[in-house]
Design a protein around this ligand. Structure first.
Ligand code: GDP
Length: 297
């Protein structure tokens, strides 16, 4: 497939899909993200401790993994896309069955179509007596979204994030879609990734959640990210555990940056610190030149 093809075919291995959940406010994005997180073998059994780093990965009973971005704002999605960072492989659009299509549902559909990313429709709140999934399916036709039961090709599933029903079916559909997309990356090369979120942490300094796109990111790796650079001092996963390496599609919080990068910035591992500083300084000078030339005389 498209963006995975920078490496030679024989180096590519299957990677987990990266999924974003979008939908109208109060239709259940957060609840669904929580419910899906509970399907993780470790989290589910032990009621494991989770950490908000902007994305998390679940490991299914089969051993397969799925990454969910848990910054469900449309803004984050649009901003990342504007920066050329199309990190999402699949969008799940949540529609409350009792409320139907609302402005942000339509916006989510439009964003997803514009990004050329396949969508899965999750009709939520099926436990509510007022839920009317058929009305949702019919309304979707007006926006050129034809779900399977209406003779179309867009996958659909009825769920209740509250009662935790339909989740396995949703996961099956995500995996089916992932298979169709043939998502692959070369885990052996120098790592590249995308900033999901970043902040200045009081105790730890600048930290950024990186979603690894290709290669394996390791402690000690030297990198450039946007106009910043650094050397991976430590990495923390979505359970707050320190990890030594991160494979494609895995989100990790990275410590050891010179400053705070922007969501959507690309991280690239480079040979050495001199090279990292050189690239970062060049990028800073370009940005300064742009600001100077675009300033009014
Ligand atoms: P978000 O704004 O899209 O993130 O929506 P939330 O996940 O915060 O949910 C909004 C409200 O709907 C909360 O009060 C949830 O408890 C409730 N809710 C979410 N999913 C369900 C569901 O499947 N059934 C019912 N009955 N309520 C739900």
């Amino acid at each position: 497939t498209t963006h995975d093809d920078v490496d030679a075919d024989e180096t590519l291995q299957a990677r987990p899909p990266v999924v974003t959940i979008m939908g109208h406010v109060d239709h259940g994005k957060t609840s669904l993200l929580d419910a899906l997180r509970g399907t993780d073998v470790a989290t589910g059994e032990a009621g494991g401790i989770t950490q908000h780093i902007g994305a998390y990965q679940v490991t299914l009973k089969s051993g397969d993994k799925i990454t969910f971005l848990d910054t469900p704002g449309h803004e984050a999605f649009s901003e990342m896309r504007a920066r050329g960072a199309n990190v999402t492989d699949i969008v799940v659009i949540v529609v409350a069955g009792d409320d139907g299509l609302r402005p942000q549902t339509i916006e989510a559909i439009n964003h997803t179509k514009a990004a050329g990313v396949p969508m899965i429709i999750a009709i939520n709140k099926m436990d509510k007596p007022g839920s009317n999934p058929q009305r949702v399916r019919e309304a979707l036709l007006q926006y050129d979204v034809q779900v399977e039961s209406m003779g179309g090709e867009v996958q659909e599933v009825e769920v209740s994030a509250l009662k935790r029903t339909g989740l396995e079916e949703l996961i099956d559909k995500i995996q089916l879609q992932a298979e169709i997309l043939e998502l692959r990356a070369n885990p052996e090369r120098a790592a590249e990734g995308t900033v999901i979120e970043a902040k200045l942490d009081k105790g730890r300094g600048p930290v950024a959640t990186i979603l690894v796109r290709r290669g394996t990111l390791r402690v000690g790796d030297v990198f450039v990210v946007g106009m910043e650079s650094g050397k991976v001092r430590a990495m923390v996963d979505d359970r707050g555990q320190q990890v030594k390496e991160a494979l494609p599609s895995m989100p990790v919080e990275v410590l050891g940056l010179t400053g705070v990068p922007h969501a959507g910035d690309q991280l690239s591992v480079v040979e050495n610190e001199a090279r990292a500083r050189e690239v970062a300084e060049y990028r800073q000078s370009v940005a300064t030149a742009k600001r100077t030339t675009s300033a009014p005389a």
